[in-house]
Design a binder for this molecule. Structure first.
Ligand code: 1AG
Length: 135
């Protein structure tokens, strides 16, 4: 039985997001805005099928996937690249690998109590986001 990531989650911290945005070649003006956003994550989980939305006052991002099925992801409104994405479970941790122009790219996501943790990787940078479950 995989972990339950579903729900609405509100950002409480966003450590080293600027470093990861830089590694993705995001311009200065966009990073200035991006670093201050309080993101909200909405996840609908049906077995191994996920529909996810990351919402903010500046931009929204949607990505839907099935565990174990590689797909082409267009990171529209983020760094606007095309990557080959594969999400799998490593125990209760969701592990995402995004193959493309940038090395060591992807994210890990897991739940601890009423918190959702998301580590976003790009090249040698790692950002750690923490969200709290909205009641
Ligand atoms: C993701 O989570 C990450 C979603 O796929 C977006 C979070 C961070 C953005 C990543 C890199 C920064 C690139 C550009 C910055 C520009 C604007 C910032 C806007 C941020 C809000 C959308 C999926 C995972 C699935 O949680 O459960």
């Amino acid at each position: 039985m995989p972990a339950d990531h579903s729900g609405t989650w509100e950002m409480v911290s966003n450590d080293k997001f600027d470093d990861v945005m830089k590694a993705m070649d995001i311009d200065f003006a966009t990073r200035k805005i991006g670093v201050h956003l309080k993101q909200t994550k909405v996840i609908v989980q049906n077995g191994d099928r996920f529909e996810t939305k990351t919402l903010s006052t500046f931009r929204n991002y949607e990505v839907n996937f099935t565990i174990g099925e590689e797909f082409e992801e267009h990171t529209k409104g983020l760094d606007n690249r095309v990557v080959k994405t594969l999400v799998t479970w490593d125990g209760d941790k969701m592990v995402c690998v995004q193959k493309g122009e940038k090395q060591n790219r992807g994210w890990n996501q897991w739940v601890e109590g009423d918190q959702l943790h998301l580590e976003i990787f790009c090249e040698n940078k790692v950002c750690h986001q923490v969200f709290k479950k909205k009641i």
